[in-house]
Design a protein around this ligand. Structure first.
Ligand code: G3P
Ligand code: CA
Length: 240
């Protein structure tokens, strides 16, 4: 079972920063998960929230600021907001990268722009940097977006993220042409995992920090867990 660091090693580093991603690798994570928004500049930026107030002393939507202003925000431990392309250049194939697209419902033009820039970024990562397509996994709660991407960037695994687990989940993912499922630990069960496997889908589970949840995921045959605490999760897995 793979261990993927949620927003990097976010338990002791500022989330979604170079420091958090590098720390995840030091702790032995197999992958990192990061959150991405399409900024009005046309760039993909790595940040969890639409609003900037939780991680900075500023107030407002990401698009109220220029890219330069966002990049100049001083985050703790001398960190700053990065472009997705900068993070991919830096990681350079050393681990799996799960790119969570935070884009909510958007118009056709925005959707097309997002797909274009994502496609360019992913192909650059496999041609100019050291990534294999299977190392770059795109997920989103925006399921129409996942369906669209599954056909546009078919070399790369894409998966719908869900916070609920209806029994028809695998059928839903298959209809989207997705390669797997990213489900919350809160509704994980044996049927979901077995059904996914039967349909050739991988199962990733978020956010898994507690020993009992790590054990349950392992016992069910989950493919990867997304955790805030890679070091202790890896330790826990060694004693199961
Ligand atoms: O990718 C799973 C998880 O990151 C989704 O929740 O809010 O932490 O992005 P959130
Ligand atoms: Ca996320």
């Amino acid at each position: 079972m793979l261990v993927v660091a949620h927003r990097g090693a976010s338990h002791n580093c500022p989330e979604n920063t170079v420091l958090a991603f590098e720390q995840a690798l030091v702790e032995g994570a197999d992958g990192i998960e990061l959150d991405v928004h399409l900024h009005k500049s046309g760039e993909l930026i790595v940040c969890h929230d639409h609003y900037i107030d939780r991680i900075s002393s500023l107030d407002g939507d990401l698009n109220d600021f220029t890219l330069k202003q966002l990049q100049q925000i001083a985050l703790p431990q001398n960190q700053h907001i990065s472009l997705l392309s900068e993070i991919l250049r830096r990681i350079n194939g050393r681990c799996i990268v799960n790119i969570e697209l935070k884009t909510a419902d958007c118009d056709k033009n925005t959707l097309a722009r997002l797909c274009r820039v994502l496609e360019q970024t992913l192909y650059e990562a496999t041609t100019s940097f050291n990534f294999k397509p299977k190392q770059l996994i795109v997920s989103s709660f925006n399921h129409p977006l996942i369906g669209y991407l599954a056909n546009k960037i078919s070399d790369f695994p894409v998966s719908p993220l869900t916070a609920s687990c209806p029994l028809s989940l695998s059928g839903f993912a298959t209809k989207l042409n997705a390669s797997g499922l990213h489900v919350t630990i809160d509704c994980l069960n044996k049927e979901i995992v077995d059904d996914a496997k039967k349909n050739g889908l991988y199962v990733w589970v978020y956010t898994v920090d507690r020993a009992q949840d790590i054990e349950r995921c392992y016992a069910l045959g989950v493919d990867a867990i997304i955790t805030n605490t890679p070091a202790s999760t890896i330790q826990e897995l060694k004693i199961i």
